[in-house]
Structures are given as structure tokens and as C-alpha cells.
Design a protein around this ligand. Structure first.
Ligand code: ZN
Length: 455
């Protein structure tokens, strides 16, 4: 099938993609999608107490259903009498579900057959991917939540959108012709490959993006950042007032990255947090603050002894995961709660300070502790000639930095770059800098600046 697809003429390929997406969308935006979207919109102005009541009610129903329908939870909760759990304040009676345990038991966790739901594969970086199954109903709900949120900025399906995600859609011929995208002309979505982001191709991406004139951009911020940096380096101005909003996906967006994107593409960047496993949603509001959407799940912030803290591991219970229930799931991200959870916008869902992102987005130094993605990106300050870099850490003692450079990179620049690193990791860490021709993206299509392999 795939061979046939890539051999067929371009028009046919686009048609197949358009039809396939329309089929996919008909599932996503199924019968109940519209109903849910209307419902969620009507809930936008609910008070905190009203939201809390919805959350409690859903929570009790959800855990009971999970124990009833999932073989795994039947065993996992064998010695727990769920009738003693009367509200979310009793949640600590339930055990925490670790990522590894979910992975190991995934087939028993499923409450439906994969073919009866929608499959999402996640996490190719450690071991085998996790196969999560969503029910059609939950999928409708998730897209209704997401589109209700994006709708506040004018987005809906059918508006011209540029999409940057981990789908590999290109044939050798496309690459030869410098065409790094496919177009779904029925739904007006142009899918750009995130697997071919390199210096030689970036101008084609940028030109096409300018010519296509999308109203919205959705996708990996790291890819958008590379295109923006290319445009800046080469003095290509992005036309003003074309893009209404950028909705980043899949990666944590640091303040620095947000600023670069919003200035270069001349638009607002509105972030949201969700994961391919189906975490409850965290949405950014017009004020730039993040809100936990408590209608979609329970968010706990815990330390290593599972005590409630202000900043720590995020443990989630997600009400849109009936196919693969996530209850007290240790998702591997960190968040910082806010001292003043009320926001000046009209959303009464609690405001948080920030999502700190995956633990493996950090470099660890014995001397200075954790260095986050924003700080890692800033090691390029005052440095010319580095087009792209990636830091790999395999042990606490050393890091390897792969760099792709152009002709302006010299000893002086290398010195500044190294000094920037020393400022962050201290004097003891061994730093190996290696010049390479290219740095590969992950299987998922994401480019990772920090690759931390310390478990
Ligand atoms: Zn707000």
C-alpha cells in the first residue's frame, strides 16, 4: 500500500491524504463531537465550585468503571473497597500507577479491543512504544475540549492550517523536488514533514509557508523555531498579519522560544498541555497563564514520598481515558502550582505557574543541579555559526554536544559557546564538543535539543 502510495502522482497522493483524513476526522468529530463542544462552551464561565462538583462526580464514576471493566485495575485495586472513596480527597487510598507498570500491563489495562477504538502510540525513546486505545466517545470529547479552547482564537476545522507533526509523508521524488509537505485540500490542512528540517531545505519550508498563507499553525515548536531562526539569519521577513495563532504541541515551550516564535511569525503563541497517553488538559489563557482544566481530570503535585507539594511530579487521573484508564498515573512531567490560583481572565479553573516538562529535558550537573531547556538554548547567546545542536548526557560526569556549523563558526565562537556551558554546568563536568554534518530527529519526528539518557 505504502509503495503504491508513493508511486502514484502527486495529485493522487494529496487526494488519498484528503480522503484518509476526512475518514479519520469523521471518527474524531463523530456524532457526539458537536454536542460535547456546545456543552463545554457553556461550561466556560462556571464558578470554581461548580467545576469542582463536576470533577468529583466524574472521578467517582470513572474509578468504579475502570475497576469493573479493566482486568488490570480489578487486580490492582483488589484490596481496596471503592465505596470508601467518596470524593477526590480520598484519592490517596489508591496506588500510584508508574509508567513502567502501565507499559508492562497495557493489554490488561485496555477495556476495549484496539480495533474498536482509536490507537495512539507513544514514547519511542525508552524501549517499546506504548499502545494506548481511546474509545470513540472519549476521542470526540478530547477534540471537543481542544477545539473549544482553540475556538477562542478563531480556529476550527476547515480554516487554512499548517501542521508540523511526526508524520512521514514524503517520497524520494518529493525530496528531490524540494517539496516537504502534502496537502489535504478538503480540510485545508497542509502537513509539513518534521523529518527533513536541515539547513539546505529550510528555505523551501519558509517560502512555502509564506505562500500558503495559513491562518493557524499547529505543531512541534522546535521545528517552527528552526524555521524562524533560519528566516532571521537570512533576513527573510515573515509577512505581517497572516497568522492568527500558533498552537504548539507535544513539547514544552520555554519563555524564550515563545518570544522568538511570536515575534518572527508576528502572532500569538497559545500553548496547551496534553499527552499522547491522554492526560487531562492544561490550557493557556489570553493572559498567558496556564489553567488546569479540572473538568478533564485530577491533577496532583507530589514529592518523592507522594506528599502534596507546591512543585513536583505531576500525577494525573484523566476522565477521557475509558479505553486505557489512567488513574493516579505518574506521567513524568513536573509542574509548579501558583500561590494565587485566581487569574484575571474569566476562567475559574486553578491557575498554575508553569509546566516544567519532562524530566529528561534537563541536563544534570553535580555542581549546579538541573539545567532546563531554556537555559540550554541560551548557550547560543553571543555565538555565531552554530546552526543546530544537541546535548547528550549518558552519565552525571559528562556531556557530549553535537554541533552543526557553517563557515562563520571559528575558535572564538567555540570559546564563547564553551564558556556559556561552563557558566551553567560548572567546572568539573567533562564537555565533549563534536562537529557533525547532521543531527537526526527521533522516530517520532521530534527534534530533541536535550537527550538525557540517565535513568
Ligand atoms: Zn487566565
Amino acid at each position: 500500500m505504502e509503495k503504491l502510495f508513493f508511486k502514484s502522482p502527486l495529485f493522487l497522493q494529496n487526494l488519498i491524504i484528503s480522503l484518509f483524513n476526512t475518514y479519520l476526522y469523521s471518527k474524531r468529530y463523530g456524532r457526539k463531537y458537536k454536542k460535547y463542544k456546545k456543552l463545554f462552551k457553556s461550561q466556560d464561565d462556571l464558578s470554581f465550585n461548580e467545576l469542582k462538583n463536576i470533577q468529583n462526580e466524574k472521578f467517582i464514576k470513572f474509578i468504579n468503571e475502570a475497576k469493573f471493566k479493566s482486568t488490570f485495575y480489578k487486580k490492582f485495586y483488589k484490596n481496596i473497597d471503592l465505596s470508601t472513596i467518596k470524593s477526590i480527597s480520598d484519592i490517596h487510598k489508591l496506588p500510584i500507577l508508574k509508567k513502567e507498570d502501565l507499559r508492562k500491563n497495557i493489554n490488561e489495562v485496555h477495556t476495549i479491543k484496539p480495533k474498536d477504538g482509536i490507537i495512539s502510540k507513544t514514547g519511542g525513546t525508552t524501549g517499546k512504544p506504548l499502545k494506548v486505545v481511546f474509545t470513540i466517545d472519549d476521542t470526540n470529547r478530547r477534540y471537543a475540549y481542544l477545539d473549544n479552547f482553540r475556538g477562542q482564537y478563531g480556529y476550527k476545522l476547515g480554516k487554512k492550517t499548517a501542521w508540523f507533526s511526526g508524520k512521514n509523508l514524503l517520497s524520494k521524488k518529493d525530496i528531490k523536488n524540494n517539496r516537504f509537505w502534502k496537502y489535504d485540500f478538503i480540510n485545508k490542512v497542509r502537513y509539513y514533514s518534521t523529518f527533513h528540517i536541515n539547513e539546505n531545505y529550510l528555505k523551501y519550508y519558509l517560502n512555502d509557508l509564506i505562500n500558503f498563507k495559513p491562518e493557524f499553525i499547529v505543531g512541534f515548536p522546535s521545528t517552527l523555531l528552526e524555521i524562524a531562526n533560519y528566516g532571521k539569519r537570512n533576513g527573510i521577513v515573515f509577512p505581517k498579519n497572516t497568522i492568527k495563532a500558533i498552537f504548539p504541541t507535544a513539547e514544552t515551550v520555554s519563555k524564550e522560544v515563545r518570544q522568538i516564535l511570536s515575534i518572527y511569525y508576528n502572532t500569538i503563541v497559545i500553548d496547551q498541555y496534553a499527552s499522547s497517553e491522554g492526560a487531562p488538559f492544561i490550557f493557556q489563557c489570553k493572559e498567558g497563564n496556564y489553567h488546569l482544566d479540572i473538568r478533564t481530570g485530577v491533577f496532583e503535585v507530589l514529592d518523592h514520598d507522594n506528599r502534596e507539594v507546591n512543585q513536583g511530579r505531576l500525577v494525573v487521573t484523566s476522565f477521557t481515558t475509558h479505553g486505557t484508564p489512567l488513574i493516579r498515573y505518574d506521567i513524568g512531567d513536573m509542574i509548579k502550582k501558583s500561590d494565587s490560583p485566581k487569574c484575571s481572565c474569566n476562567n475559574e479553573n486553578p491557575k498554575i505557574d508553569k509546566v516544567i516538562g519532562r524530566l529528561n529535558d534537563y541536563i544534570f550537573s553535580k555542581e549546579t543541579g538541573k539545567i532546563n531547556l531554556g537555559n540550554v538554548s541560551n548557550t547560543l547567546k553571543g555565538v555565531e555559526g552554530i546552526i543546530k545542536f544537541q546535548v547528550v548526557q549518558k552519565s552525571i560526569e559528562e556531556i557530549t554536544i553535537l554541533i552543526v556549523t557553517d563557515e562563520t563558526f571559528d575558535k572564538k565562537n567555540e570559546k564563547i559557546f564553551l564558556k556559556n556551558w561552563r557558566d551553567r554546568v560548572g567546572q568539573i563536568m567533562k564537555i565533549h564538543v563534536r562537529r557533525v554534518d547532521k543531527i537526526l530527529v527521533e522516530k517520532s519526528g521530534k527534534f530533541r535539543i536535550v537527550k538525557n539518557l540517565i535513568s
